[in-house]
Structure formats: structure tokens, C-alpha cells
Design a protein around this ligand. Structure first.
Ligand code: SAH
Ligand code: SF4
Ligand code: F3S
Length: 486
């Protein structure tokens, strides 16, 4: 299969891995070049282009990683396509935040095997957070032996080298580091959107919330140098990007450990100075580190969106303590109030977990109470999922599925009711939206995103995509609006 046979006689291609430059990103550029030659050779034989397809599960971090991986694949010569059935390289960037995220991947692997039987060219690569778990890699190697390349969250930048190894016959190629050995910048990237982009500001997490697997699969928190971040943003602006989202598991702790100190507030303010960038968002701020300075910077910079995602997780101080969130219900409420005072038109959204071990009816009521007080514009709600290796997995008082089943819809209903009331208040206003797409439900309509992150559907054509438009909100549909351009 693959290119091995054709190439084994061609001496110029049988370079040994030791011949490659050691320094990054030079080393990867070298492998990109090698792979490119091999791909183009193969294309000549087949008389068609080789194509790649990527599926991203999980959060914005993974989405950003996928853009980098597709950037490398494109450099190598693979043409990105939407359909897996058309692809010669299929990539799955996995998430392991909850158990059902994992099951989805296993569920899909059987199908990929059937594609491989149809297309002997096909290379299947698995990466992302799930691959940082030893039991997952063991399962894949044992039960899904057709998977060609398995790599971890710290090995993204080495994709070209791994593909080269695969093309030279190694099977499977396995590269899962246990920690971030180095940050490699300047990786090519294929952005999903022409006008929106995510920008990593920190990698990893130091918080160890007791339910959460992220610190184990993404490692300790590292901040990128402000100059690296700003030069990436300037390049994006030159490329026509108008909206950026600063990404980190806890953006508020940005800057710790940098040689020349820089706080998140300072970084935000610098980002606002980049011409061409008109909207700045960030995800995710941890309530325990949200400084008043950040509130002031947002208040005085119109470019920073009036939307703050402020994960609550639970409204009970006792549960928060057991979660190791390091804030009390009162501290969270006081912070929400300071934010609302400082930024009057802000929309707050949140994440909530239902059924954390030990959650009593009273604790759950406390969560409902915070929801009623803070009045979120939207909220993501999750059923607690036990993650192997996290402290909460061994807590004895796990909540029964029946109890969770009873509580979950009560929370949803409260969130839905309040969000609808909050949305209703804004009907009649004129607001600026960034048009993102054509509306898939209504012909002749487009959808745009407001600064507060809500969507507006209004009559318009595809040519508006990527532009800012002023729109009057005519009708609230709960989580989105119908509007008209003014
Ligand atoms: N760093 C972010 C969260 C990243 S994970 C923060 O601290 O806010 C996104 C969300 O997934 C979390 O906010 C939490 O609500 C949810 N989550 C994480 N681990 C979970 C688990 N084991 N079970 C259920 N939900 C979980
Ligand atoms: Fe997970 Fe907590 Fe870190 Fe967020 S802050 S990624 S919930 S450990
Ligand atoms: Fe999932 Fe990893 Fe993000 S576990 S939520 S993709 S950091």
C-alpha cells in the first residue's frame, strides 16, 4: 500500500530521519518538502489530486489546532474537502471532556475502516485530547489497527514528519508526548473563516478543577509572548480578519511566568490597537482571576465585545469548594455585579454542571438561584461526567442518573425562560452585526452575530458575508432574533 514500494528504490527519498535538520520549525519545513514530492508523485500516478478531510470535536482550542493541521496538510499538497468519502487523508481531532465525546469517536472508527477498504490510499490519523489518555491509545492500537497515525496535543506541529514516517512504511506512527516539550510557532494555518480567527494566548491549565480532565491532557499553563500574539493578530488583520477570539483555558491568568510581565488587561489593550481588527472576544475567563482592570479595559474599548462567558459550574459554595473552583457563590455574584456596573450593556453567558458528586437538592436550588439573579443571555449545561484520573471520579457520593434526569430539565427551563426575557428587552434596537453565513433555514436570509454573541437572521445575500451591517431587531425568538438591515 501507499508510496513505500515506489520509493524504496529512489535513493534521494530514502533519507534517514537523522539527516533532517534538528531545529524547528526548519525540521518540519524539511518534511513538508519531502511529503510534497511524494504526494505529487502519487498524484501523477493516480491522475488526480489527493484530498484531506478533518473533523473537530471539542472546544475552540481543538478548532484552532485543526486549522494548523489543515494548514500543514495543504502545504504538503492535500486539497481540503468536506466529505470523508472523497478523502485520502482523514483526521479526527478528538475531545475527552465528557464520556460521550469519547464514545462518538469509537462509534465512527468502524465507518472509517469501511472507507479504507474502498480506498487503499487512505491514511487515518487520530489526534487531540483523547489521545493523551493511555487507555485510549491502547484501545485504538488493539481494536482499531487500521488507524495509521496517532498523535497527542503537544505533537500537532510534527504532522509533516509523522506523515513522512507513515509514507516510508511505519505503521502505526505513534507520537504522544506527556508534556509540552517546546512551543513551535509559525506553523501554516488554514483558517475556516476569512474574517474571524482564534488566537491562542495560553496553552494548558493549572487549575485542576476536580471534575476536569483538561490539565491532564493539555498540560501546565504556558503563556505565549505578547509580541508573538500581537504579530499574529497584525498578520490576521492584514489578511482581512475583522474579529479575533483570544483563547485560553483561563485567559485571566495570562502572563504568569513570562520573563517580561504582561497581564491579560494589558494584552487586551494592546490587541485593541491593531488596525483592521474591529471585534475582540476572549474565552474563557475564570471568575477567580477576573480583575477590575480587565473590566475597566473592556469598558473603555469599544472593540471588545459586550459579551462575557463567565463559567459558574455550580451556585453552591460547598459544591464549588469540592470542585476546587476557588470562589464562593457570593464572590461570583459580586463579580457579576461589578461586571454589569462597569459594562452596562454586557451579555453574560455561562457553563453549569448538573449532578456533581454530593450535589443535594439544596445545592441545585442554589444554582437555580444564581441563574435567576445573574440572568444569563445563554448557558451551556452539562451532566456531570466521571473522568478517569480526576479527583472527583473517586468521590463516593455520586449523584444517581434519576436525580440528574429530574434536575436537568428544571435548570434548562429556567435558563430558557430568562434568556427569552433578556432577548425580548432588546427588540426594537439597532445593532451592528458581522454577517457570518447564509441562513440555512430561510432562503434569501443571512445570519449575523451581534457583539453580545447572539445571532440575527435578516434578509440579505451571500455577498454580505464578512461585512458589518446595522440591523434592527424586529422579533426575539428566544436565543436569536429576526431583523432587518437599516
Ligand atoms: N476552562 C474553562 C472550561 C473548559 S471545559 C473554564 O474553566 O471555564 C468547558 C466546560 O465543560 C466547563 O466549563 C464545564 O462546565 C464542562 N465540563 C468540564 N468537565 C466536565 C465533566 N467532567 N463533566 C461535565 N461537564 C464538564
Ligand atoms: Fe478544566 Fe477548571 Fe482548567 Fe477550566 S479551569 S480547563 S474547568 S481545570
Ligand atoms: Fe475537549 Fe480538549 Fe477542549 S478535552 S473541551 S478539546 S481542551
Amino acid at each position: 500500500m501507499l508510496f513505500q514500494n515506489e520509493f524504496e528504490n529512489l535513493l534521494e527519498y530514502t533519507i534517514s530521519l537523522e539527516d533532517a535538520p534538528q531545529k524547528e520549525p526548519l525540521r518540519q519545513a524539511f518534511f513538508v518538502g519531502r511529503c510534497r514530492e511524494m504526494v505529487s508523485f502519487r498524484e501523477k500516478i493516480l491522475g488526480r489530486k489527493l484530498r484531506c478531510q478533518a473533523t473537530t470535536l471539542g472546544c475552540q482550542m481543538n478548532a484552532k489546532d485543526t486549522e494548523k493541521l489543515l494548514g500543514i496538510l495543504k502545504e504538503i499538497g492535500y486539497e481540503p474537502v468536506e466529505e470523508q468519502e472523497e478523502a485520502d487523508f482523514i483526521l479526527y481531532n478528538t475531545c475527552t471532556i465528557r464520556e460521550n465525546a469519547n464514545n462518538k469517536v469509537y462509534g465512527h472508527l468502524g465507518y472509517l475502516q469501511s472507507l479504507k477498504q474502498k480506498n487503499p490510499e487512505l491514511i487515518i490519523a487520530l489526534c487531540g485530547c483523547m489521545m493523551q489518555e493511555k487507555h485510549v491509545v491502547d484501545t485504538v492500537r488493539e481494536k482499531y489497527r487500521f488507524v495509521d497515525i496517532i498523535f497527542g496535543t503537544y505533537n500537532i506541529y510534527q504532522l509533516a514528519e509523522m506523515i513522512y514516517r507513515r509514507l516510508m512504511g511505519e505503521m502505526p506512527v505513534l507520537e504522544v508526548w506527556e508534556k509540552m516539550n517546546c512551543i513551535v510557532e509559525q506553523i501554516p494555518s488554514l483558517r475556516k473563516s476569512d474574517f474571524k480567527a482564534g488566537v491562542n494566548i495560553t496553552y494548558g491549565c493549572n487549575n485542576f478543577c476536580t471534575y476536569c480532565i483538561v490539565p491532564y491532557v493539555r498540560g501546565r499553563e504556558i503563556s505565549r509572548e505578547p509580541e508573538e500574539i500581537l504579530s499574529e493578530i497584525r498578520k490576521l488583520a492584514d489578511d482581512g480578519v475583522k474579529e479575533i477570539m483570544l483563547l485560553g483555558q483561563n485567559v485571566n491568568s495570562y502572563g504568569r511566568g513570562l520573563e517580561k510581565p504582561c497581564t491579560f488587561a494589558e494584552l487586551l489593550e494592546e490587541c485593541c490597537k491593531v488596525d483592521g481588527i474591529e471585534r475582540i472576544r476572549f474565552m474563557t475567563p475564570h471568575p477567580k482571576d477576573f480583575s477590575d482592570e480587565v473590566i475597566r479595559v473592556i469598558a473603555r474599548n469599544e472593540k471588545i465585545c459586550r459579551h462575557i462567558h463567565l463559567p459558574l459550574q455550580s451556585g453552591s459554595t460547598e459544591i464549588l469548594r469540592r470542585m476546587n473552583r476557588r470562589y464562593t457563590t457570593e464572590q461570583y455574584l459580586a463579580l457579576a455585579e461589578r461586571i454589569r456596573e462597569g459594562i452596562p450593556d454586557v451579555a453574560l453567558t455561562t457553563d453549569i454542571i448538573v449532578g456533581f458528586p454530593g450535589e443535594t437538592e439544596e445545592d441545585f436550588e442554589d444554582t437555580l438561584d444564581v441563574v435567576r439573579r445573574v440572568r444569563y443571555h445563554a448557558a451551556f449545561t452539562f451532566v456531570y461526567s466521571k473522568r478517569t484520573g480526576t479527583p472527583a471520579a473517586s468521590y463516593e457520593d455520586q449523584v444517581s442518573p434519576e436525580v440528574v434526569k429530574e434536575r436537568f430539565p428544571r435548570l434548562l427551563e429556567e435558563i430558557r425562560r430568562i434568556a427569552a426575557e433578556e432577548c425580548e428587552k432588546e427588540v426594537g434596537q439597532v445593532t451592528e452585526v458581522l454577517v457570518e453565513d447564509i441562513d440555512s433555514h430561510e432562503e434569501g436570509f443571512v445570519t449575523g452575530r451581534m457583539g453580545n454573541n447572539l445571532m440575527v437572521h435578516f434578509p440579505g445575500e451571500a455577498s454580505l458575508i464578512g461585512q458589518f451591517k446595522k440591523v434592527r431587531l424586529l422579533e426575539s425568538k428566544g436565543f436569536y432574533y429576526l431583523g432587518e438591515e437599516v
